[in-house]
Design a protein around this ligand. Structure first.
Ligand code: AMP
Ligand code: MG
Length: 357
């Protein structure tokens, strides 16, 4: 049988992405264009316009990169959930059009699950707990009884949106996560250099580690297995507006605090499920300090730690294509009718029955 090639379309939020992958897991293309703003957040109508404007170009370039023609594609997959209606609708429309015009089978996949599956394809993770830390989503997900269950999640906003809101408040622009990371790293380095002073060591009767800067006291909101960021955001804005703290020290402390929250609940999920692997997904997972903290936690408890490359941590079409292949092949090659290719903006990870595991 000829190898199946799937074209996946990602449009849950800011990214219009197209990925192309074979049923053996060979990556042929992963191309995208993302909506950005100078000021403020996502304006749904502008997002719709962005995705409609870039769709043709991203499609053509992805096919060119993959070295295939649309006629070579044996399956179209699109992210049908969860996400912003105005964005999801563009992906569903492009998917319906291609499937209808070229007579290609069509499947819809859940974006959060796709993050976990692409991690399993591209790393050696077999049955991991996924810390999915992105703009809109923050969930701790693991497989149990035919579903990907949510073992912990944010009770209000996603960690990325939280970082972006704080960054916007202190004038760093969007996306704020990478800028916060940069300021925090510089602050930690400067403090470390300052503290390499022989007097510190003379006084260091209690063997205190002088290489770790002090943290500003911030609210630490872990509630059972869940986390919350709203109160922390208000507290941080007040601290910044009081002019008593520098941007750099706030960025350092915010990272240490919220990443500790995420690591704590991830560790507890690993202990509870008895799984022995942690996998990262989502744009915030590009953060080197978060990766380091997760790695240390895993080392300390003898668990394996996996982090895929940045281009699949962020939203991307490749993971949608790969999850499409898994769903299609393991469901008797059943596809959906074009008129049923709907969107589910509020679908939760644990509503999907996982046929491929
Ligand atoms: P996603 O929604 O998964 O595409 O990820 C987008 C989010 O990831 C935005 O909120 C970004 O600010 C955040 N992000 C990207 N890179 C980093 C980073 N290095 N550190 C922290 N957050 C990041
Ligand atoms: Mg995502």
């Amino acid at each position: 049988m000829k190898e199946l090639i799937c074209l996946g379309i990602e449009t849950t939020a800011h990214t219009f992405g197209i990925g192309i992958v074979t049923s053996k897991g060979k990556v042929l293309a992963n191309y995208k264009k993302a909506y950005t703003t100078e000021k403020g957040g996502i304006i749904p109508y502008h997002l719709f316009e962005h995705h409609t404007n870039v769709a043709t170009e991203v499609l053509e370039d992805a096919l060119k990169i993959a070295g295939v023609k649309i006629q070579d594609i044996g399956l179209i997959s699109y992210s049908n959930a969860p996400g912003l209606g105005n964005a999801l609708r563009v992906g569903a429309f492009v998917a319906r059009y291609l499937a209808g015009k070229y007579k290609i089978p069509l499947v819809g996949v859940n974006h959060c699950i796709a993050h976990l599956e692409i991690g399993r394809l591209l790393t050696n993770a077999k049955d991991p707990v996924l810390l999915y830390a992105s703009g809109a989503n923050t969930q701790i997900i693991a497989y149990e009884g035919k579903k990907y269950r949510i073992f912990g999640e944010t009770l209000d906003i996603g960690v990325g949106n939280f970082l972006d809101s704080f960054a916007r408040h202190i004038g760093l622009g969007f996306p704020g996560g990478p800028k916060i990371e940069e300021l925090a790293r510089k602050y930690a380095e400067n403090e470390k250099n300052k503290n390499i002073n022989i007097d510190n060591y003379k006084e260091d009767k209690n063997n205190i580690n002088h290489n770790v800067p002090d943290l500003i006291d911030l609210p630490y909101s872990v509630k059972g297995m869940d986390v919350a960021f709203g109160g922390l955001l208000t507290n941080l804005k007040q601290k910044f507006d009081s002019d008593k703290f520098s941007k750099e020290e706030l960025c350092y402390s915010v990272q240490e605090t919220v990443f500790a929250m995420l690591v704590e609940v991830s560790e507890r999920a690993i202990a509870h499920t008895g799984k022995n692997e942690l996998l990262l997904g989502g744009g915030v997972a590009c953060n080197k300090r978060l990766q380091e903290m997760c790695r240390i936690m895993c080392e300390e408890r003898g668990a394996k730690f996996f982090v895929p490359a940045n281009d699949v941590l962020v939203d991307n079409g490749l993971m949608i294509a790969w999850n499409g292949i898994l769903a299609f092949k393991n469901n008797g090659y059943k596809c959906i009718k074009i008129e049923n290719a709907d969107i589910k903006p509020y679908e939760r990870t644990d509503e999907v029955v996982v046929k491929w595991r």
